[in-house]
Design a protein around this ligand. Sequence first.
Ligand SMILES: [Zn+2]
Ligand SMILES: [Zn+2]
Length: 178
Amino acid sequence: MSSLDPRDPMVLDVRDLARRAGSMMEVERTVPAPADLGSGVAVVQRGTDVVLSLRLESVVEGVLVSGTASVIVTGECARCLDPLEWEQRVAFSELYLHEPGPEEEGLPLLDGDLLDLEPVVRDAIVLSLPLAPLCRADCPGLCVQCGARLADDPSHGHDLIDPRWAALSGYETTQKED
Ligand SMILES: [Zn+2]
Ligand SMILES: [Zn+2]
């Protein structure tokens, strides 16, 4: 009995491969992105294309899957909050075992002739996403006083006395009065 659904686009049937150690198969497949693929600041929208380019090799212990996934990531600049969109390509490699072994704890298992790509692809993409995406490396961000975009107005400034200096000048006045 298999718990994986062979119709799931993230599930691969490796029947023709798994039984013959040393054989190899290449798979090109575009699948819809699963839900919740991303971090707080950068996400792959559900249902958008995940372009997979895979190489599967039959080894004694199971099937070695290596390849790349290309996705469109959306997010916002951590400094100026502008919306961002970029293409990200990540590489991954994972050994799917026929049987759980004592020394290979944590590796995914083949489910009969099926293997589930989703956890591996998901981890590779999520780990590759930036924690603080920027629209450009030197984005000046927003004015801390009024929130204006400094990139639009490089000479931006306010005629306000810095509160630290205001406190200091008050202190000096007090000293003189003593
Ligand atoms: Zn920015
Ligand atoms: Zn301002």
